[in-house]
Every structure is written in C-alpha cells, then in structure tokens.
Ligand binder design. Sequence first.
Ligand SMILES: Nc1nc(O)c(N)c(N[C@@H]2O[C@H](COP(=O)(O)O)[C@@H](O)[C@H]2O)n1
Length: 199
Amino acid sequence: ANADYPAHWWQEVDRQTAPGWEVLPQDAKEGEVILSKRNELGILSNFAATDFVYKGTLYKSVEGFWQSLKYPESQDDMRATFEGIEWPYSRAEVELMTGFLAKKAGGYANANMREMGIDWVTFQGKKIKFWTVSKGVHYRLIKDALRTKAIQNPKVMEILLSTGDLKLLPDHIMGDAPPAWFYNKIWMELRKEFREQAQ
Ligand SMILES: Nc1nc(O)c(N)c(N[C@@H]2O[C@H](COP(=O)(O)O)[C@@H](O)[C@H]2O)n1
C-alpha cells in the first residue's frame, strides 16, 4: 500500500501552473508512483545530474549520453561533413549536459537527422538503429547507461530500491515510444536485478 512510502511522493500539485508535458504526482493510482522531478524520485529521470563514467567517458546525465549519440564523433563522420548541416554543439559538449539543455541539444540533432535522412546514431564508431520497437542495441545501451548510473551513484541506488514494489511511471506524457524511452520500465527491471544480486 502507498502508506508504506513517503506521503509527499503523491503530493498534490496545482495543475493550472504545471507545464503541459507533465504527469503530476497525484495522477498515480494505488500501487503506482510518478517519477516526479518535484521530489527525490526525479533523480531517476534521464535528465538528472548524476555523473557516471561509461566505457571511459564522463557523462553528466543519461540525457547527455542519449543525445550525444546523435552528434558527429569526429571530423570525418558523415554527419560532420554533410553539406548544409550545422551542429550547435560538439559531441563532447553534449556529453556534459543535463536536463532540458541536453534535451534541446537532442532536438537540434533530430532536425539534422531528418534533414540528412538518417535513422541511426553512433557509439564508439558503431552505427546503431534509433527509434526501434525491438529491444535491440540502442535499448541495451540505454539500459546499460542506467545500470551504470545506479551503480556509480549510491543515492540513485538507494532511491530506486526505496520504491519497493511500486509500479514506476514517467512524469511526462510518453505517447507511442519504443522501449528505450520507457526509463520507468527499465528501472523496474534493474530494481529486480539489483535486489536479486543483493540476496
Ligand atoms: N519531460 C521529460 N522528462 C524526462 O525525465 C525525460 N526523460 C523526457 N524525455 C526523454 O527525452 C529523451 C528522448 O528524446 P528524443 O526522443 O531522442 O528527442 C529520452 O531521455 C526521454 O526519456 N522528457
């Protein structure tokens, strides 16, 4: 029951003043909780400033990691040399971004990807299909970044495990997105994985 958890996780927020994209804490049903940026559960958002080192590179957030994959890796990268395409940031700059700034950098990259007609991103020189319904390479990469974030940030691990058996829900409207976008579902899988490892 929700009574076993901190009451402020369901704290009512004035809907009139909330941004249009937001799902509010009070929108959760019994046995559910919204991963709201308004309380400590927001640390589980991809946007949260939670440094982690993944395969030798420092990222300031999972969002920075996610959006950096869309940016050219080098000067020879076809995304860097594509005629008429300009990049507002370098990949290294995006790696160090958090929150809405990282998301915005990703928005510019989405427009460039559409313009170039490409449906892939890259990690360590390898092309990875983006926006796929299968739990393929991109999904596994994002899941591994979330796993690494929890392992390297004790507060993230503590908060994730403190959600017990609650169903985790995103704090923003998701629509019809592929599995990699559902960080709430990935966290529930990782929560199970971490609990099993601790036994
Ligand atoms: N509003 C909001 N809050 C969060 O906590 C989010 N994680 C997101 N969306 C994230 O945007 C990323 C995907 O962006 P693109 O579709 O590639 O432009 C991904 O991290 C989503 O979870 N939004």
